[in-house]
Design a protein. Structure first.
Length: 399
């Protein structure tokens, strides 16, 4: 679809909300030249009746006066096929089903997603576009058939070769009339000099669905020879149609010469076209190689700059590494001295501990001896106390 086609599309927007209607109309006017609007179903129907070129209708379902569904019913009484898109903010299944039964094309829930709406419209426009093109092609085909029927010789056969139709031009040249056709067969009009092997081979190709083109020699009702340039093809109904143009033997020879000349010319053109293609391919490859070369140069330059930066960073890191090594060596030397001093201090303390241990043992031995002496002294004291007590008793009894 092109802009000229879209500019011819007319859309009718029926919406009771002035704000929603303005947004929708302004949006559609960006893509379509003809956008009409109405505030309810009644106004929409009046607008539709006054504008027979409306192609698509977009209508809200919930509207005052005449609702969207009633508006759709009115439209369908006048046009059963015009594309109709309904919008609504409230889903009512029975209303939607009724709209579907009235041949509604699409349903969009509010708030309207403009992209979805445009997709729906695009589909409907595409459908109308192809319908218009199809109608044009149909008219063109009818015109061509009329033109061919006047200029060409046409006859139809069944798969047995029985002829059941001849146009006026074919009857005029062959000498047969409508009454003769009912008993006429292809063998009656083909020239007897045409080899049967050639005819059978052609029939086999035609029955297999192949198109046959060529020049053939025919014979009239009274035995006169005429030549036709034929195109024969099989139809969907298993019949065969021949469309031919009258020619002469001299014309056939001339056409054969022209065909050979044209064939040579076409071969030369094909070679030239092939060489041009190869040249274009080589040029494209060269362009790609030049592009790759330039990209490689840019990449190499970037790598060189990056390498210089990396070398600078490496030197910086090496310098920092040397400083760190010196600091580390100094730190380790200091810690070594501290450890050695600590070891010396430990040895000194160990020696002191050993001396204290010896002194402790000595004091412990002395303490044991002292305890033993104290026990002996205590025993002596007890003995002496007993003697004193004994003496005191003796003294007391002597009184």
């Amino acid at each position: 679809m092109n802009d000229n086609f879209l500019n011819k599309i007319t859309i009718l927007v029926v919406e009771d909300s002035a704000t929603d209607r303005k947004i929708l109309v302004d949006t559609l006017k960006k893509y379509f030249t003809n956008v009409l609007e109405a505030s309810d179903g009644q106004e929409g129907y009046e607008t539709f009746k006054n504008n027979k070129d409306i192609d698509i209708i977009i209508s809200d379902l919930n509207m005052p006066n005449v609702s969207g569904i009633n508006f759709l019913k009115l439209i369908r009484t006048s046009d059963a096929n015009i594309p109709f898109i309904v919008t609504t903010g409230k889903i009512e299944p029975e209303v939607i089903i009724e709209a579907i039964n009235l041949n509604v094309n699409s349903y969009i829930q509010k708030p309207i997603d403009v992209r979805v709406l445009l997709q729906k419209i695009d589909y409907l426009c595409e459908k109308k576009y192809f319908e218009i093109r199809l109608e044009k092609k149909r008219k063109e085909i009818e015109f061509l058939i009329e033109a061919v029927d006047v200029a060409a010789l046409i006859f139809k056969m069944d798969d047995k070769g029985k002829i059941f139709y001849m146009n006026a031009a074919m009857m005029d040249v062959s000498g047969y009339n409508i009454e003769d056709i009912s008993d006429l067969n292809f063998d009656d009009i083909i020239h007897p000099e045409i080899p049967k092997k050639f005819i059978d081979s052609t029939w086999e190709d035609l029955k297999n669905g192949q198109l046959w083109k060529g020049n053939t020699k025919f014979i009239t009702k009274v035995g006169e020879t005429f030549y036709l340039n034929n195109t024969v093809f099989k139809t969907n109904t298993e019949d065969f149609i021949t469309i031919a143009f009258l020619t002469t033997k001299e014309n056939l020879e001339k056409r054969d010469f022209q065909r050979k000349v044209i064939q040579k010319f076409q071969e030369a053109n094909k070679k030239e076209y092939k060489l041009k293609q190869e040249n274009n391919e080589l040029k494209n490859k060269l362009d790609r190689l030049e592009s790759l070369y330039e990209e490689a140069l840019i990449t190499l330059k970037g790598l060189k700059e990056k390498n210089v930066s990396n070398v600078r960073q490496l030197k910086h890191y090496e310098l920092q590494g040397d400083n760190l090594t010196q600091k580390y060596d100094k730190f380790m030397s200091s810690k070594k001295d501290e450890i050695e001093n600590y070891i010396k201090s430990l040895n000194t303390e160990k020696q002191k501990n050993e001396k204290l241990t010896i002194r402790y043992d000595e004091l412990l031995e002395l303490l044991e001896k002292t305890k033993e002496r104290n026990l002996n002294l205590e025993e002596e004291v007890r003995i002496k106390n007993r003697r004193i007590n004994d003496l005191n008793e003796i003294i007391s009894s002597g009184r």
